[in-house]
Structures are given as structure tokens and as C-alpha cells.
Ligand binder design. Structure first.
Ligand code: KIV
Length: 284
């Protein structure tokens, strides 16, 4: 597989050729290394880290400092995979200038390849401003987890005429403002497929069905590492929670039984040095 860095141009070309895009979330260096090695095209350093890594109830507690730290670790790990930083709640809701400064922090401090935020029509000008700065912006329509309070929960979006129209108009506005790709979260498959055909930029589904240009999942769902909540659109490929539990239990019993550490886990020294120590300090 070609190890050339994935850029906005690669993504654009893949959509034009009808090639499917792959994306996963990551929050740390070792996971990002494996995602990069596996040939996944893009990583989202999602604010979902507030929940899956930090144990918070929702994504609203993610901060700029938290996100920059996770983004920097992920970006250091990726040779080919394009890294997108998720702008946390409060980092893009105020003025354009503050939004631009926060987007710039991700590029200068964390060295990511682009940013993503849960932009409503109110934030379209901010999308344009960040693109004008030269930073790649990914849009995000459908379910906005940062709006959990106003939405009354994490629910599928776009099932009524009003909400379907909202998904459509927001996606068109984001494309017009310069977004290079758009995430569709928790929207009916037929709607996501329809909008995908209407747009020039690629669409990335996380609960948007197979008709999008690419797919995204939260890595902790894929690995079965987040037990508190599993959306119906996600697929658990492995049971790392069980594997971790079994491993930690085995370690504990091996320590209790004296099986670990074995000889090969123990540093050696010369008999002469040990004899000299015993001679000086007496037997144990
Ligand atoms: O934070 C995240 O992981 C996200 C995806 C669910 C789109 O924003």
C-alpha cells in the first residue's frame, strides 16, 4: 500500500473514483500507530475521548487543552493517515476570531492535518474563515452530540421533513463554505445516500448507512472497550474489555501464586558482588 500522506486532494480523488474512505477515532499514540499501519485513511481525534477515555457522561467536558494533548500524540504516530482534530464545546461557539485561534492551536501545537466541528448554519462563516486561514475543515451534520441538552438525548436526526431539510441545507452550506468532507452522524441511510449524490465533497457516515463515501466508527466501540453505551449503528469487532479483564486477573493470580516474575523477568548480578554485600551487611 502507498504510504504517501492522505490529504484533502487524496480524499477528493477517492470520491471521484468511487473508492470508499475509511476513518476511525483515536486518542493516543499506540492506537494511532496501528490505525496508520492498517491503512485507514483518516483519524478523528474526537471529543468522544471525554467519554471513552476520561469517563465523563457526555462530550461537553472536553477542553481545548485536553484535545490538543490527545491530538499531538495521535499526529506523532501517523505517517500516512490524515489526522482531524475535533473542536470541543465552547471552542467555536463564540466569536470568529476565537474560533480561528483555537483552530490554529490544533495545527501549530498538535500538528494535525485539519479540524472538524459540529457546525450549524450559525457557524458557516466560521467554517469559511478557518478554510481561508488555510486549514482543512471537515463538516459534521445530523446528530450533534454537543447539543445533547437541547436535543433531549442522542437521537437519530433527519426523519421529519424539517430535520431532513436541515441536514440537506447544512451539508450544502458547509460544502459552499469550503469544507473538504462532511460527517453524517445518525441520519437515515436513504437521506445520507441522497445528499451524498447531491454533493461534490465526500460524505463520511457514522450511523449514516452504506450510501456515504466513507465510514467512521469510534475505535473503542470497534474494539469493545467502552461498556457504558453502544450505539445501534456501531459494530463491535473484538471484545477487548473481556481480554483486559482476563489478562489482569491472570496477572493477579500469577503474582499471588509466585509464578510471575519468573527467572527470565529478573535481572542478574555476579556472585562475587552479592557475596561482598552479604559479608558487609550480614545475612538476610
Ligand atoms: O467525537 C467523536 O468521536 C465524533 C464522532 C462521533 C463523529 O464527533
Amino acid at each position: 500500500m502507498e504510504r504517501k500522506k492522505v490529504t484533502v486532494n487524496t480524499v477528493k480523488q477517492m470520491k471521484a473514483k468511487g473508492e470508499r474512505l475509511t476513518m476511525l477515532t483515536a486518542y493516543d499514540y499506540p492506537t494511532a500507530r496501528k490505525i496508520d499501519e492498517a491503512g485507514i485513511d483518516m483519524i478523528l481525534v474526537g471529543d468522544s475521548c471525554a467519554m471513552v477515555v476520561h469517563g465523563h457522561e457526555n462530550t461537553l467536558t472536553a477542553t481545548m487543552d485536553m484535545m490538543v494533548l490527545h491530538c499531538a500524540a495521535v499526529a506523532r504516530a501517523c505517517e500516512r493517515t490524515m489526522v482531524i482534530a475535533d473542536m470541543p464545546f465552547g471552542s467555536f461557539q463564540y466569536g470568529i476570531e476565537e474560533t480561528m485561534r483555537n483552530a490554529a492551536r490544533f495545527v501549530t501545537e498538535a500538528r494535525v492535518d485539519g479540524v472538524k466541528f459540529e457546525a450549524t448554519p450559525f457557524h458557516i462563516e466560521k467554517t469559511r474563515a478557518i478554510v481561508d486561514m488555510g486549514i482543512a475543515v471537515m463538516g459534521h451534520v445530523g446528530l450533534h452530540p454537543q447539543s445533547v441538552g437541547a436535543l433531549g438525548g442522542l437521537k437519530v436526526q433527519g426523519k421529519s421533513i424539517e430535520t431532513a431539510r436541515k441536514v440537506m441545507t447544512e451539508a450544502l452550506a458547509l460544502q459552499e463554505a469550503g469544507a473538504f468532507a462532511i460527517i453524517f452522524e445518525a441520519v437515515p441511510g436513504v437521506l445520507a445516500e441522497y445528499v451524498t449524490k447531491k454533493l461534490d465533497v465526500p460524505t463520511i457516515s457514522i450511523g449514516g448507512g452504506p450510501g456515504c463515501s466513507g465510514q467512521l466508527l469510534v475505535t473503542y466501540d470497534v474494539l469493545g472497550m467502552f461498556e457504558a453505551f453502544m450505539p445501534s449503528f456501531a459494530k463491535k469487532y473484538q471484545d477487548f474489555s473481556q481480554l483486559m479483564l482476563d489478562t489482569f486477573k491472570q496477572y493477579r493470580s500469577e503474582v499471588l501464586e509466585g509464578v510471575f516474575p519468573a527467572d527470565e523477568h529478573t535481572y542478574k548480578m555476579s556472585d562475587e558482588v552479592m557475596e561482598a554485600i552479604i559479608k558487609e551487611f550480614g545475612p538476610a
